[in-house]
Design a binder for this molecule. Structure first.
Ligand code: FES
Length: 106
């Protein structure tokens, strides 16, 4: 399984990841630019904001209440497909998650 990151300029990078990995931690540990993750994954900062690719919507858990509140603080503007990448988990059986990185996080 893999997580694919699409930069604002369209550059894509796919990282092999194990089930249970989060989109945020996989980005940080592979030096993917554009995921700041100031709070370290506690759903308290919104600097790990991403736009979830349409095909990936069905394979991740829905937005929780705390995530929903925090997304309103996303620096680059919330959209319908906005998610906190620290809350996006690669579930067993899922082959790929694709996320689009916003232009800025702070
Ligand atoms: Fe802070 Fe995701 S890392 S909300």
């Amino acid at each position: 399984p893999q997580i694919t990151y699409v930069q604002p300029d369209g550059a894509r990078r796919s990282i092999a990841a194990a089930p249970g990995a989060t989109v945020m931690l996989t980005a940080v540990s592979n030096n993917i630019p554009g995921i700041v993750a100031e709070c370290g994954g506690a759903a308290m900062c919104a600097t790990c904001h991403v736009y979830l690719d349409e095909a990936s919507q069905a394979v991740v858990a829905p937005v929780s209440e705390v995530e929903n509140e925090m997304l309103d603080s996303a620096a680059s503007g919330r959209r319908e497909n906005s998610r906190l990448s620290c809350q996006l988990v690669l579930e067993p059986g899922v082959e790929e998650i694709v996320v689009h990185i916003p232009s800025h996080q702070v």
